[in-house]
Write a protein that binds this ligand. Structure first.
Ligand SMILES: CC(C)(COP(=O)(O)OP(=O)(O)OC[C@H]1O[C@@H](n2cnc3c(N)ncnc32)[C@H](O)[C@@H]1OP(=O)(O)O)[C@@H](O)C(=O)NCCC(=O)NCCS
Length: 184
């Protein structure tokens, strides 16, 4: 995997990403709406990076995470993941993280379309979805910015970190992607 935008690259993880990855996974602001163990143990980060380093393409029924790095320095600033549904190889779910110090610079909105292009145009996806906590404004604003449609609002549907949380579900079809980004 090596895709680029004007400021960023989407690539496979390397061992050099380990410390930065482990650090932002341990940032309470980054972890607030995420399901990983917190504090996030270093051994988990080591396992994660080594498993993702070798994984070159999405596999049906499994997640793959790609590193998001600054184009100029190759410094890791976050990650984007996708899951190809077990029951339908043409449907995927995405997730994303940008480290706190790089937020609100338009990086999520710049790199998510890169993953969408890969999923719709190279992987022939019919539909891509994403979900987030209804309080996670940054997440749903980023999804809406890149063209996702809100499809559902589940109220107190998810027991998360000691309380019931509400969730928004978003979707995008390939024809919607092509219409928005004018691709054929
Ligand atoms: C969600 C996340 C990836 C957004 O990354 P980002 O690079 O800061 O997002 P962008 O700068 O591209 O912003 C995209 C849009 O969201 C808006 N936005 C981003 N953060 C926001 C915030 N905290 N409050 C309100 N709007 C916000 C931006 O203003 C922009 O919309 P606009 O251009 O129409 O104004 C980042 O906040 C993050 O990693 N959060 C923690 C991990 C997480 O919760 N991931 C999602 C799990 S479902």
């Amino acid at each position: 995997m090596y895709l680029q935008t004007s400021r960023l690259v989407l690539r496979n993880f390397t061992d050099a990403d380990l410390d930065v990855f482990w650090t932002y996974r341990n940032d309470p602001e980054v972890a607030k709406y995420q399901g990983w163990e917190f504090p996030y143990p270093r051994e988990r980060a080591v396992d994660f990076v080594s498993s993702m380093r070798e994984r070159v393409a999405p596999k049906q029924g499994g997640w793959i995470q790609f590193a998001v790095a600054l184009k100029d320095t190759d410094e890791l600033i976050g990650d984007l993941g996708c899951y190809v549904k077990k029951e339908d190889v043409r449907q995927a779910v995405i997730g994303f993280t940008i480290a706190s110090k790089y937020r609100r610079k338009g990086y999520a909105a710049e790199i998510i379309p890169c993953l969408l292009e890969y999923l719709f145009e190279d992987m022939d996806m019919h539909r891509v979805t994403a979900d987030c906590d209804a309080d996670n404004i940054a997440s749903y604003r980023a999804l809406e910015k890149v063209g996702f449609r809100r499809e559902a609002h589940y109220v107190e549907s998810f027991f998360f970190k000691g309380a019931y949380a509400s969730e928004y579900y978003y979707g995008m079809l390939r024809r919607e992607w092509r219409e928005k980004y004018r691709r054929r």
